[in-house]
Design a protein around this ligand. Structure first.
Ligand SMILES: [Zn+2]
Length: 279
C-alpha cells in the first residue's frame, strides 16, 4: 500500500493541546473502567461465590438435575429461572459435610437438597434458611449419641440439618406417596426459622398458625380432615404434623386439597404457594 507523505505530516502536525474538559472526562471514564474491572466485578464475583449475595444464575452442572423436581417442571420459564437462582444461592451459602466413610458429596446431592429446600419455600420471597448453614449427610441410618437411637434425619437448633442419603433417595423414588424425608426435615428447619430471631422470624401469620394449631388438635384426637390420608405420625406433636403436611403438600397437592381442604388452605397461606394450581 502506498502512503501519501503529506498525510503523515498532517497527522503529526495535528498534535495540538487537548481540551482540559475532555481530558478530565477521559480520566474519569478511565477511572470508572479501572474500578469496575479490578474492584467492583471481582468483589461481586467473590461475594456471590461466598454466598453473601444471591446468585445471578445457576451453574450448568447443577441445572441438569432440576428436572427431577416435578414442581420445577411445571413452572413457567420466568419462575424456572427464579427457582434456579435460589438453588444456586442455597448451594453457595451452605456447607455440605459427609459423615460416613466413603460418602462423596457430588453435584447431584447438593442440587437435590437445595432443590428440596427451594420447592418448599418457593412462595416465600427471600427465604434461604439463614440459621441453617451446615448440612450433615450420612450414607444410611445413623446412631445418635443424644437420643441413643438410630435416626434417618433431624434438624438441630445449632444450625444443622442432618440427612441420611439412602432415606433421602427413598423419599424421592416415589413422589406421590406423601412420604419424603428431605421435605420432612426441611419442613422442621422451616418451622424453626419462624422462631429464630433473624429476617425470617415470625414469617408465619399468627392467625394462620392458630388455625393450624386447631387443625392439629382435631387431627390428633382422631377427628377432622386428613384422617387416613395424612399418616398418623403427624399426631406425635404439632412439629411432626407440620412436617407430614408439607410432605403431602409437595408430593400430592391435588389429593391433599381434595381430602383435607381446610388444612391444605392453611398450608398454602403459610407457604404462600399453591402447588395444586401448577400446570
Ligand atoms: Zn420429624
Amino acid at each position: 500500500m502506498k502512503i501519501d507523505p503529506n498525510l503523515i505530516l498532517l497527522v503529526i502536525s495535528s498534535n495540538e493541546p487537548v481540551n482540559p474538559a475532555v481530558r478530565t472526562i477521559g480520566i474519569i471514564l478511565a477511572s470508572i473502567l479501572f474500578a469496575l474491572l479490578f474492584l467492583v466485578f471481582p468483589i461481586m464475583l467473590i461475594s456471590e461465590w461466598l454466598g453473601m449475595v444471591p446468585a445471578r444464575k445457576i451453574r450448568a452442572r447443577y441445572r441438569m438435575y432440576l428436572g427431577e423436581f416435578p414442581i420445577y417442571n411445571q413452572l413457567n420459564p420466568k419462575d424456572k429461572i427464579r427457582f434456579e437462582k435460589r438453588v444456586q444461592t442455597f448451594i453457595n451459602q451452605k456447607k455440605f459435610i459427609p459423615r460416613s466413610k466413603g460418602l462423596v458429596i457430588d453435584d447431584r446431592k447438593k442440587c437435590m437438597i437445595a432443590g428440596t429446600a427451594v420447592e418448599l419455600t418457593f412462595g416465600l420471597g427471600k427465604f434461604n434458611f439463614d440459621h441453617f448453614k451446615t448440612i450433615l449427610i450420612y450414607s444410611d441410618n445413623y446412631y445418635s449419641q443424644i437420643s441413643k437411637q438410630y435416626h434417618q434425619g433431624e434438624v438441630n437448633i445449632r444450625g444443622l440439618i442432618v440427612l441420611s442419603w439412602s432415606n433421602f433417595e427413598k423419599g424421592n423414588s416415589d413422589r406421590r406417596d406423601g412420604v419424603n424425608l428431605g421435605v420432612h426435615e426441611i419442613a422442621h428447619a422451616l418451622k424453626l426459622e419462624n422462631k429464630i430471631v433473624n429476617r425470617n422470624y415470625n414469617f408465619i401469620d399468627p392467625q394462620d398458625y392458630r388455625a393450624f394449631e386447631e387443625c392439629f388438635q382435631t387431627f390428633s384426637s382422631g377427628y377432622g380432615g386428613g384422617q387416613g390420608f395424612l399418616r398418623d405420625y403427624g399426631k406425635t406433636n404439632i412439629h411432626e404434623f407440620f412436617a407430614v403436611c408439607c410432605e403431602n403438600f409437595i408430593e400430592r397437592p391435588r389429593e391433599f386439597k381434595r381430602k383435607a381442604p381446610d388444612i391444605y388452605m392453611i398450608i398454602t397461606r403459610i407457604l404462600n404457594q399453591d402447588p395444586a394450581t401448577y400446570h
